[in-house]
Design a protein around this ligand. Structure first.
Ligand SMILES: Cc1ncc(COP(=O)(O)OP(=O)(O)O)c(N)n1
Ligand SMILES: Cc1nc(C(=O)O)sc1CCOP(=O)(O)O
Ligand SMILES: [Mg+2]
Length: 537
């Protein structure tokens, strides 16, 4: 049967288009605004230790404000040491549970975990055809981290031939991807991309190969293949033993975000952000005596000051910083929010609305429209200069210069959880920014620019001077584009996290493809060996 014909309801086309408008609103507030609660059904095994499986799925969904029903496929006796026993639930009873939930409860998204037998997989596929849902997230749980087999080799054909063609996304780790591909050796990111493409050819609409198990890097790199592009999704590797249930949680968070109306990439990014934050917040948790403990899905309830996931500042978000310009948008005849969307689709990792000659009302409307887009992709949105607009629209923060509102005042107004960026042209200004509570610095003009009149050029030397001493991460700005961005990366300065760009993206016919081109340059430029050594000294 053709791939599309096998899909559950999402089959009808773009997932985001069939989501009801209210449910499109980001974050947990969806419940407040709509009578219909976003609903994920997890079809998985029970973990008596409650770190993984059904229990992790319910906790993850709950933490993201999504209702989670559960069909249990097996009961496991499990703790932080390993899996002591597995008791599969008879197929007929899995079928009965599926029927009970799917026939009554308006499930949006089904997420699968441990499917212990071919029979269970077949029952599930049959029920999904009988009761259409909006999306299917398949986490092909084959072996627990402890090494215990949760789904034997006899199920591989059913996964590949029956379930994958129905899936909107499959989320294997490197080991699972290798087993599913008959022992394909995955050692590098390039191997992960090849594996993602091979799995995609089995029928799912998207593939996420999780690289947490790959050794060498200090980053956790996942590969997302959407049928066209292989995206490298980098995250910080949190040093902790409390990682039991990360795979189940990530897949459940993706399902929960999809149920709330996020597009696929936004759902994955939000899910990664949640897992990273949960691991970070659970490093000191001591539950059990085994090598791999559970983590706290409800860390936000525990810590009043924990930053909301969507707005927590991550220096890596500065990688490709797109700054809008209303003059350029007018010239090309597009709205601010259309320009923002195009930049994000091209790979921009953070957005700043820099609208100098605009009525406040129009600015607020543009910020609201842009925020909706940014939230759906998990990209932070900052406002240039106008703290009032940032407050009114609850954007993720502001960027101010040396002659704008002082950073300390901005911090008082915005509170501890918003992102504040400051323009700096000297090491002294950068140090002051750190003292005042800024999150990052923007330094330029690195090259001459026509976008900001009478802007002094500090050059690459000025940039180096600042970032050699800066305690804050930051970006370079001014006259940067595809031709010279490599020079910034090649400087190899650890706190210089990216480039901020206006005209090279927005004074162009096709914003998305220009952004993509710039992203390509940033991603492929290598830091020379001597700089790498300097940086590590
Ligand atoms: C990322 C980033 N860096 C620097 C600036 C410049 O800010 P400022 O000095 O306040 O000048 P205006 O942008 O307000 O003209 C920036 N906007 N973004
Ligand atoms: C907004 C801004 N700030 C600068 C600084 O030096 O602080 S340079 C600049 C303009 C950057 O535009 P373009 O990418 O088109 O050169
Ligand atoms: Mg300013």
């Amino acid at each position: 049967m053709a791939k599309e014909a096998l899909k559950p309801q999402a089959i009808a086309g773009d997932f985001s288009k069939i989501v009801d408008k209210e449910a499109m609103r980001p974050s947990n507030d969806a419940i407040k605004w709509s009578g219909k609660v976003p609903h994920v059904l997890t079809v998985a095994g029970s973990d008596s230790g409650a770190g993984a499986g059904i229990q992790a799925d319910i906790k993850a969904s709950g933490a993201l404000g999504v209702y989670c029903s559960s069909v249990i496929t097996a009961v496991t006796a499990q703790n932080t040491v390993g899996v002591q026993g597995i008791h599969p639930v008879p197929e007929e009873f899995v079928a009965e549970q599926l029927k009970s939930v799917l026939s009554d409860m308006q499930v949006d998204v089904v997420k699968t975990g441990m499917l212990p037998s071919t029979g269970v997989i077949k029952v599930l596929c049959h029920k999904l055809k009988q009761f259409p849902i909006r999306a299917l997230v398949v986490d092909p749980v084959l072996v627990a981290t402890s090494g215990d087999v949760l789904s034997g080799p006899s199920t591989l054909d059913a996964f590949r031939e029956e379930l994958f063609p129905m899936a909107d996304i499959v989320t294997p780790n490197v080991r699972e991807a290798s087993v599913l591909l008959g022992g394909f050796d995955i050692k590098t990111i390039t191997d992960m991309c090849s594996a993602a493409k091979s799995l995609y050819s089995l029928g799912p609409r998207n593939v996420l190969v999780k690289g947490g198990d790959l050794p060498e890097s200090s980053d956790a790199v996942d590969i997302f293949f959407d049928g066209e592009h292989c995206h490298e999704l980098r995250g910080v590797r949190v040093r902790t033993h409390n990682t039991h249930g990360t795979g189940c949680t990530l897949a459940s968070c993706i399902a929960a975000e999809l149920a709330k109306g996020s597009p696929m990439l936004g759902a994955i990014q939000a899910a990664k952000c949640f897992v990273e934050e949960a691991l970070e917040q659970s490093k000191d948790l001591a539950i059990g005596n085994g090598p791999q403990g559970p983590f706290d899905h409800f860390f936000k309830l525990r810590n009043h000051y924990a930053r909301p996931c969507g707005t927590r500042f991550k220096p890596r978000d500065l990688f490709l910083y797109a700054v809008t310009d209303s003059g350029m948008n007018k010239k090309w005849g597009r709205s601010i929010s259309d320009a923002v969307k195009a930049a994000i689709e091209g790979g921009a990792t953070i957005i700043q609305l820099r609208e100098k000659n605009i009525e406040t009302k129009v600015f607020v409307e543009a910020a609201e429209a842009s925020l909706e887009i940014c939230r759906s992709y998990g990209v932070p949105l900052l406002i240039n200069d106008r703290v009032d607009v940032a407050l009114a629209c609850e954007t993720d923060g502001v960027h101010v210069g040396q002659s704008d509102m002082p950073v300390r005042t901005v911090r008082q107004l915005l509170g501890p959880n918003k992102i504040i960026g400051v323009s700096c042209k000297t090491p002294e200004q950068a140090h002051q920014a750190w003292l005042d509570g800024a999150n990052y610095i923007g330094c330029g003009g690195v090259f001459p620019t026509n976008t900001k009149k009478n802007n002094p050029t500090i050059g690459l030397d000025g940039l180096k001077n600042i970032f050699q001493s800066s305690l804050l991460p930051g970006v370079a700005i001014g006259g940067i584009g595809v031709e010279n961005a490599h020079m910034i990366v090649e400087m190899g300065l650890p706190n210089l996290k990216g480039v901020a760009v206006v005209s090279a993206l927005f004074d162009r016919l096709d914003i998305s493809s220009e952004t993509r081109r710039l992203l390509g340059v940033l991603e492929t430029t290598r830091i020379p060996e001597e700089k790498r050594l300097e940086a590590s000294e």
